[in-house]
Design a protein around this ligand. Sequence first.
Ligand code: DC
Length: 220
Amino acid sequence: MIVAIDGPAGTGKGTIASLVSRRLNFTYIDTGAMYRCVALQMIRDGIGLDADIQKIKELLNRVKITFKNIEDKQHVFLNGEDVSELIRTPQINEIVSPVSAIKEIRIKLVELQRELGAEGDIIMEGRDITTVVFPNAEVKIYLTADAEERAQRRYKELIEKGVETTYEETLESINKRDYNDMHKEMGALQIAEGAEVVDTTHMSIEEVYEEVKRIIEGKR
Ligand code: DC
């Protein structure tokens, strides 16, 4: 069974997918982490957003992204290095959406995501999973929440990690990313046909989990 979840930044897609993965025995694939890995490699190699396509294609050939569960938490590896923390900095947040708008990068990552989803029970979350990667998934969910609530959640997360930022900065970054994610030429965030919309603004994590579980069980 494939459970596909899309939605803007900070709606709790990762948290929910991770809970479903542990409690209902699904393999969790965080596709945002894959775009983040490519963004990190671009920074490391000094390749800018306006680099020529050949350079980007070469970079994509050098990048190997894998996932591994360590003590119930999913870790992301870029060419064997655990980059789970390094890909979640404000610097990466800033460039990841424009990086994900580059067509060659999308083509390559969508192909990889389809391969990863080929076997077993999969829960995959991102921006174009219900529309492009697996439009025929058995379960399609669009998670959403007010931007202010999402910014509040992200701000709290960043402060807990010791990142210096303000609520206003976080809200601005979320709004900018929403706009970019929704206006991409390819793989733009939108509500897929047949997707169930869950607004998490006034819901706790457990309430969202129960709702998602109900939707999954209804399709089993
Ligand atoms: O889910 P996230 O915030 O970690 O995703 C990071 C960025 O990657 C997000 O701004 C948009 C992009 N992305 C995408 O374009 N397609 C996906 N399937 C997942 C993420």
